[in-house]
Design a protein around this ligand. Structure first.
Ligand code: ADP
Length: 427
């Protein structure tokens, strides 16, 4: 039976992976779940990140989902709760950072919470309550034109105050620079003054390390992924490769690519040049009614049985901009996307049924579709292959009680040799 230390609720999937990856690097064994699980934890871990998709949904729905996640994490014994929000504090005056933090505070019976999206090493600094993205104030950055959550005010105290009835305060950098004890004192003082939530300044990663120590024993923290670097030490955990150890990898290897990003186009070309066998999925054939998934799987079976040296097969719909636009003009953007995702998801499941136990998936939406088709609800997070892209171990009904190693690469991530390098890091 596992003793869960940290229970995290992330308001989107890639944010969840980012946080999980940071916690692993800071020494925690971590599992990520897709939505609120209906079953207990499958792996022996120190922290769990529940990935929701609640950043821009109606506040009442975000609150309901977050409370459901909280209840599940509490049932697993979580000692501290981490509400993971976007590093650019993406929200509107309706929420959801304020309403969800309020609801978690009420449910946990806690009257004060520290809030910060700061992560200086990743170009997110907070000074005098103002968020900087690189050298720019948040309100001067590209975030001011975001289609769903335009951020036109860099003053996070003001931004958060618009989303909550509780009084919002600030732990200034002058205090943070004096270390963990000074931060804890200031938080206690703010609490006595009736402040319910306080933005915390951080302009160096060490500020987050100090904040992490000051948060020892606090029921809740609302933050980007940066605070993760300072929390594991509160339980005596230090960075160690052991945190990233997954069960041994076996089985066949495959890559399923549905991203059309520049980076993924380069990775497909690199793999092809390296001699990886390639099957191309043609969306127009799918639209014409051909069973392209069955054709791809028959091709893969032939490859696996051919006795050629062990190595991955690559099944790809990846197209350059000209090809993509031609297909989209003919089928429509949404229909083309759906047809391809559906086909690649069936191929992903079929590959695992054929014995693939090491699977690389390229593309954010594509990953969602493949993970769903595989019936995966929990991922144990391993070592990163490239920044932000770790190998994971998962259970899938398609994998016959064996462990499946899977990595979910969002389109623009990863170096040119990602598809071949990934398997080398598992060997
Ligand atoms: P990324 O992470 O690069 O954004 P996604 O998987 O999230 O990748 O999105 C890519 C979308 O493009 C998916 O909906 C996928 O089905 C679609 N797609 C992939 N290849 C093609 C293609 N050849 N023609 C049309 N749509 C495609």
């Amino acid at each position: 039976m596992t003793t869960l230390l940290l229970g995290c609720i992330a308001d989107d999937f890639t944010g969840a992976t980012d946080l999980a990856n940071n916690l692993v690097r800071a020494g925690m064994r971590v599992a990520q779940t897709i939505g609120v699980p209906t079953v207990p934890l499958q792996a022996d871990v120190d922290a769990v990140v529940v990935a929701l998709k609640s950043r821009t949904i109606a506040p009442a729905d975000a609150v309901a989902q977050s409370l459901a996640a909280l209840r599940w994490l509490q049932a697993q014994g979580a000692q501290q709760i981490y509400f993971k929000v976007c590093s650019t504090f993406d929200s509107t005056s309706q929420g959801n950072i304020g309403p969800v933090t309020d609801a978690l505070m009420d449910a946990l019976g806690c009257s004060f919470v520290a809030v910060t999206p700061a992560f200086p090493d990743n170009q997110r600094a907070v000074f005098k309550g103002h968020l900087f993205v690189g050298d720019l104030l948040l309100s001067d950055s590209g975030m001011r034109n975001h289609p769903l959550t335009p951020m036109t005010d860099a003053n996070l105290v003001r931004v958060l105050q618009a989303q909550t009835q509780r009084k919002v305060g600030l732990v200034e950098h002058g205090v943070v620079a004096r270390g963990a004890a000074a931060i804890a004192d200031r938080m206690a003082q703010l609490q006595r003054e009736g402040v319910g939530m306080a933005i915390v300044d951080a302009i160096r990663n060490d500020d987050l390390v100090q904040l992490g120590q000051a948060l020892k024993g606090q029921a809740l923290v609302t933050a980007g992924s940066g605070v993760a670097i300072g929390l594991p030490t509160n339980w005596g955990l230090v960075p160690s490769p052991a945190a990233a150890v997954l069960p041994p990898a076996g089985g066949l290897q495959a890559i399923v690519s549905g991203s059309c990003s520049v980076a993924t186009n380069g990775q497909v070309a690199h793999a092809r040049a390296a001699g990886v066998p390639v099957f191309e999925v043609d969306p127009l054939q799918v639209a014409a009614g051909a069973d392209v998934a069955a054709q791809a799987l028959a091709w893969a079976r032939g490859r696996f049985q051919s006795g050629l040296p062990r190595g991955p097969v690559l099944i790809t719909a990846t197209a350059d901009t000209t090809q993509l636009q031609a297909v989209q003009a003919q089928l429509g953007v949404a229909r083309a996307g759906e047809l391809v995702e559906h086909t690649l998801a069936a191929i992903g499941r079929g590959l695992v049924q054929l014995g693939v136990r090491q699977l690389v998936v390229a593309g954010g939406e594509t990953s969602g579709a493949v993970v769903q088709a595989l019936g995966i609800s929990q991922l144990q997070i391993g070592a990163q292959i490239d920044p932000g892209v770790p190998w994971c171990a998962a259970l899938s009904p398609a994998a016959d009680a064996q462990v499946l190693h899977i990595t979910l690469k969002s389109g623009n991530f990863g170096s040119a040799d990602f598809f071949t390098k990934a398997f080398a890091t598992l060997a």
